[in-house]
Design a protein around this ligand. Structure first.
Ligand SMILES: Cc1cc2nc3c(=O)[nH]c(=O)nc-3n(C[C@H](O)[C@H](O)[C@H](O)COP(=O)(O)OP(=O)(O)OC[C@H]3O[C@@H](n4cnc5c(N)ncnc54)[C@H](O)[C@@H]3O)c2cc1C
Length: 403
């Protein structure tokens, strides 16, 4: 097995790292303190990311993207993940791969301008009553005179207030069958707890400002300051049939086809943040003197660092292997689930121990550690909770045995 990076991959790592350190790190403190990513700052950094060739690096070159393979993309995501989510996600956009399902006029209206950075999308699956169990969604889209009428509420929708349109999932009918959600869909695991009927889901592209569609401020949360989430309300919102992304009733198939690797993005970001926390902790262990010596000389501290390094390496290998398998089209849902589970749980441990090594100073917002520790918390929840990932992994083990 060859674990070395190609020259091109090394270049991606180096250029992304330099951009993150020189352009984004200097603004971290402002975003954390104000809880806002200023409009002017957002525009300025986005323009710089486009100039640097880092914008939409995940998208194929045929549509104007960077054309990174999965492994290179994960290396790039790891470097971006080292800084504040508001800064790297909002300014160095990576359009959702699901937009590659756009056809005909949708490509000109949504896909291509989004890759160019002229338009921004958000993605709405989750509802107040439907989180892990997405088939429980109550938002409906009912055929009406050649159009669709959408009604319902979505919540927790990231950066919807900065977006030009939403990729919306709504129920378009019911069919006989087992409940549950297939594992590739972002939140879900396929609980199979309901029986009888299950909802048919369709994906729609809906512009902000469409009558009957309102975006309301969401909740304040402990992680990712400056990266907002919103509540979307649909009241008899009328959209044409041409707003359907993919096929009617096949919304989860579209999601499964294009969003499969999203969990690797979460995993890669966790690796980046954990690496930064570990570097800070190791330096602090050398610099901080108590009882006449560096605290790193105490086994109670040095063994923590060793365990953190081992966990980080294990999560990194799992994530890179999953990316490598995806590039060879031999990846499974288990690969993605293992990478996301391990990396997000590893980050929680590494961030917590790094903070412990810093003592009281670790809790102070003067250092980036306090942010990394807070930000770590969400990673075990979104894009499928840790329990959901374990469900996916264990189900793949037990089903072939008749379980
Ligand atoms: C800040 C933020 C931003 C987000 N951005 C978006 C977005 O842009 N778009 C979007 O669509 N969604 C978004 N989400 C939603 C996110 O993906 C969900 O929060 C997540 O999938 C979990 O759903 P839930 O919060 O409703 O928890 P629930 O599903 O209610 O889960 C509650 C608890 O029950 C456990 N549980 C549930 N089912 C099972 C089971 N079968 N077996 C074992 N345990 C189970 C869970 O693991 C969890 O511990 C965002 C969430 C947050 C917090």
């Amino acid at each position: 097995m060859d674990f070395s990076l190609s020259d091109e991959q090394q270049l991606i790592v180096d250029s992304t790292r330099e951009f993150v350190q020189t352009e984004l790190y200097p603004h971290e403190q402002e975003v954390e303190e104000t809880g806002v990513l200023r409009y002017e700052l957002h525009r300025e950094l986005k323009a710089k990311a486009i100039d640097a060739g880092l914008y939409a690096a995940n998208m194929p070159t045929e549509v104007g993207g960077g054309g990174l393979d999965t492994l290179s993309w994960v290396l790039y995501e790891k470097e971006l993940g080292k800084t504040s989510y508001a800064l790297h996600y909002s300014c160095v956009g990576r359009p959702s791969n699901i937009l590659l399902a756009c056809e005909g006029e949708q490509r000109e209206r949504y896909l291509l301008p989004t890759v160019r950075g002229e338009r921004t999308e958000c993605l709405a699956l989750t509802e107040p009553g439907a989180g892990s169990d997405l088939r429980g969604m109550k938002t409906t889209a009912v055929a009406h005179g050649g159009d669709y009428l959408i009604n319902g509420t979505k919540h927790f929708i990231s950066h919807a207030d900065h977006s030009d349109y939403v990729i919306l999932f709504a129920a378009t009918g019911e069919e006989p069958g087992e409940g549950g959600v297939r594992s590739g869909v972002r939140n879900g695991a396929g609980s199979g707890v309901r029986s009888g009927t299950r909802k048919r889901i369709t994906a729609f592209l809906v512009d902000m400002g469409t009558p009957g569609f309102e975006v309301r401020a969401g909740y304040k949360n402990v992680s990712h300051r400056g990266y907002t989430n919103s509540i979307l309300e649909f009241n008899d919102c009328r959209v044409p049939r041409s707003a359907i992304l993919g096929e009617v009733d096949r919304g989860f198939d579209v999601a499964n086809t294009w969003l499969g690797a999203t969990r690797l993005q979460v995993a890669a970001g966790c690796l980046g943040r954990a690496e930064r926390a570990l570097e800070l902790a190791a330096q602090w262990a050398v610099d901080r003197v108590q009882f006449g010596q560096s605290i790193g000389k105490f086994q109670g501290i040095s063994f923590k660092l060793a365990d953190m390094a081992v966990e980080l390496r294990a999560a990194e290998l799992l994530t890179l292997q999953a990316a490598w398998r995806r590039d060879r089209k031999i990846d499974t849902d288990t690969d993605m689930a293992m990478a996301k589970l391990k990396a997000s749980e590893m980050l929680a441990m590494v961030a917590d121990e790094a903070l412990q090594i810093h003592g009281g100073m670790g809790l102070m917002s003067d250092l980036p550690l306090e942010r990394i520790w807070r930000d770590a918390r969400i990673e075990r929840i979104w894009d499928g909770t840790s329990e959901v990932q374990r469900h996916i992994i264990s189900r793949a083990m037990l089903r072939p045995l008749g379980g």
